[in-house]
Design a protein around this ligand. Sequence first.
Ligand code: PFF
Length: 477
Amino acid sequence: MTRESWQTRIGFILAAVGSAVGLGNLWRFPWMTSDNGGAAFLLVYLGVVLLVGVPGLLAEFVIGRRSRRNPVGALSDLSESSAWSAFGHVFVVTAVILLSFYSVVGGWILRYFAGSFTGAYFAAPGAYFESINYGVEAVGFHLLFLGVTALIVLRGVRRGIERATKLMMPAIVVLLLALAAWGVTLDGASEGVAFYLAPDIAFLQANFLNILPAAAGQALFTLSLGAGTMLTYASYLGEDRSLAADGTAIAVLNTFVGVLAGVVVFPILFALGVGAGGGGPGALFVSLASAFAALPYGQVVGVVFFGVVVLAALSSSISMLEIPVSFLVDEYGLSRRAAVGGLTGVFAVTGAVCALDQGVFGFVAGTLVDLLLTGGLVGFMLFAGWVLGADAVTELQGGSGPLARSLATPWLYAVGVFIPVFLIFTFVSGLADAAGVAVGPLSLLGVTLGPTRILLVVTAVVAVVSFLGLRRSRSVL
Ligand code: PFF
């Protein structure tokens, strides 16, 4: 049987953008931005998307198209090593964990969408969120969201995903633009615009090490990196496509939607005196619900906004389900129907656990996801750099224009050495911060180094050593 492939280039781009654009942009990004100083966070986040996100996306694309397999098959086929094959199974677990909590948030969104018609959350937005977030009803809405996701995936790559995202993406952009254009004209909106777009450099300098891990985690999550989603999507891609051009287009579109979501959220929040709001998974819901409740035609605005979020969440959740489905179809010869059915049963249970317990939800949606995505992307990058080596360069160059061809070798050093080292650095400093462990200051040869400098020096040393290693390795000549 020949493997299905994308009917059109735009079909692939729309589906990949559909995976990237989701609750990460609309729910998690405004929450992270408000918790981490607004524009300062935006600046660091944009830097990470450009310097880590785009090269990382290309690493997943290269492995996916080279192997034409799911993540497990890809790593074991291309390396012929049982260790890499075992590592590949981590991505199936990651997908299961991602969809478990994502489907719960998808359920909340469905609930708010339905509630917007009647204005159910208008009277007491805070109490409303508390009453629906965890519990038996949350399980019900999670199952509804999961059911819709499963139905779309059941219809197959071409007919299901491609057709669904072709409709969703333009609708999302148009609706967000309309909401943004309306939001910035509100009285007091300019304060929100300033919070979001005018960076406070002193704040940035003082908090850089705290902002960095949050920005990096957010960049991976929003671009669907580190879970094998992008690898799986690229495995359906023809040889003649330019991975670099497609990857850049996807990152730009995704970033555009995220930044646009901020332009929708912050002016509205400030115009209503809600401000940047407190943290926690309910931040967006509580603050926007308060906003809609106070607005003229708030029900209409609510229906439109949550309608957009439902569409965006679905085009991401289908990409999460596609990973374990393609794994079972490719590796175990299961029919698509059996794979989707069986997995939906598993997610129904794992998602229900998240929907019932706030503590489990918080751990899974936060720390566990950051850990798995960062570890996963580091694995993909090292695989591209050290296992594929020169083959990765060839794969990236295939179908590409002159600029991408000349950047392919520097890209390999970036994904083989510098970015993994940076991600590990970021992750360790994030963990140290979360655990309340202070790094440094340290006195070395009479020079006193603060935490940032210590970490930078360690990073530079490891990067140079690995760089020399990669140059000597026979895989890259
Ligand atoms: N990028 C998606 C979002 O922003 O909502 C979330 C996501 C989808 C993460 C698929 C990881 C993934 F594999």
